[in-house]
Design a protein around this ligand. Sequence first.
Ligand code: FAD
Ligand code: SF4
Ligand code: SF4
Length: 480
Amino acid sequence: MAERMLKFVATPQALPDKRPAALRRRDFEEIYADYARDKAAEQAARCSQCGVPFCQIHCPLHNNIPDWLKLTAEGRLEEAYELSAATNNFPEICGRICPQDRLCEGNCVIEKGFDSVTIGAVEKFITDTAWEQGWVQPIRPRRERPESIGIVGAGPAGLAAAEQLRRKGYRVTVYDRYDRVGGLLIYGIPNFKLDKAIVRRRETLLRQSKVEFVLNCEIGRDISFADLRARHDAVLLATGVYKARDIAAPGAGLGGIAAALDYLTAANRHGLGDAVPDFDSGALDANGKHVVVLGGGDTAMDCVRTAVRQGAKSVKCLYRRDRANMPGSQREVRHAEEEGVEFVWLTAPQTFLGQDRVSHVRAVRIHLGMPDATGRQTPQEIAGSPVNVPADLVLKALGFDAEDLPTRLGVADLGVTRRGTLAIDVKSLMTSLDGVFAAGDIVRGASLVVWAVRDGRDAAERIHSYLVTKAAAAVAIAAE
Ligand code: FAD
Ligand code: SF4
Ligand code: SF4
């Protein structure tokens, strides 16, 4: 092993080639090329095969990273794929969009001094190769089970659960209010981070595996929650969180101020070829505009980079903390800067100026004070420091909260936490309602795709235990 691995001293870190920023700015294609086979093997061989792999500990799915890196280095890609797919339903998606600098790669032991192993890029390479080679096949369960499960939400949590439950032979139906499968993978995350074809390929595989999809169907509106429960032996709620946080500043009602997800959804729909009135009218198109994005998370990064590609005159990101304290991935910030985005750190919006439409954001400079209970330094306004930033389009990317799901679903006894997310039992992952489980952002609050996958997988296991126990109890009663 030692001969082939441990090459991190002699071999420098090399990500797949990144397209030049000048080209990236002109289209919505993904920005990284693929590794060639020998390059992936070379990079995988940098791994030092740690006895206690911190990369694996810090991956929410506890992916068996050192083993699939070793198999890749040895050219045993089919085995690497099988190992990788055993713990992750969508490795090629996580490899593309996980914030690796905060998860696996940020905790790689060779990160200090030698730059981490490029875990995400190798993970993507393994599964993209598996697709090319035809190793990714529809599920054929060993035995079919009679019970049926209804999943509300076709985002990553719902899809991961659907796949896991179908593997066990359950009949699975996924309901979504949208017209496409994928949740935020389709309508939130832009194509330049995750090509929509990658998501569609997964949808096709699930359909071929006989997972049923009922789209354009909102539970609580088109089908009542009581009906849904009557149709299925268990229900999983994986509805995500969509209530955009707002800003109550003077002028916040002016034209030209929009919620980030409305903007990104319009851009994604346009890219998918849909007619989008708000985009076609120019209201949600950044072309020729001075764009100001408020916020410092993943959504803000996606907005600024989308605006650049739409041909904005200028794109500024206003964030009240500094670079080191922003929630978004540092890698994304670097991409954005290369593409021409200007970050205005330590600045918070105070007032929106303009007649009917916004013309400027009046912002105030911020000083970071003492850390609060969460350990983060508290932003404090510096008196008398306002600046006027020109803006024709302001995008609010201030985070998301859970909508009032009990009201939307018409089930008052569905328990929620103080944050409005669904309350679940930590062991059974069941909500306050018997046979109703929950997973993903609706439990965790706005989080990450990899956590949604983890939650979906965990929920599938608990649903299986619940149904097996129930069936055994029914047999015992019948035998009495
Ligand atoms: P969602 O993906 O939100 O899916 C929920 C689904 O439920 C939706 O399709 C919705 O239509 C459906 N639904 C809701 N209510 C109903 C109902 N009543 N009836 C029927 N269907 C319903 N994470 C990363 O890891 N990396 C990133 O780069 C990244 N970028 C992001 C960029 C943006 C702009 C946003 C908003 C998020 C980003 N995230 C990223 C976070 C990630 O997308 C989410 O954490 C993840 O999608 C949550 O998965 P989910 O399945 O819980 O919910
Ligand atoms: Fe890293 Fe995400 Fe892959 Fe885990 S799933 S190994 S965190 S890229
Ligand atoms: Fe390999 Fe880094 Fe993981 Fe260690 S921490 S096993 S070097 S990838």
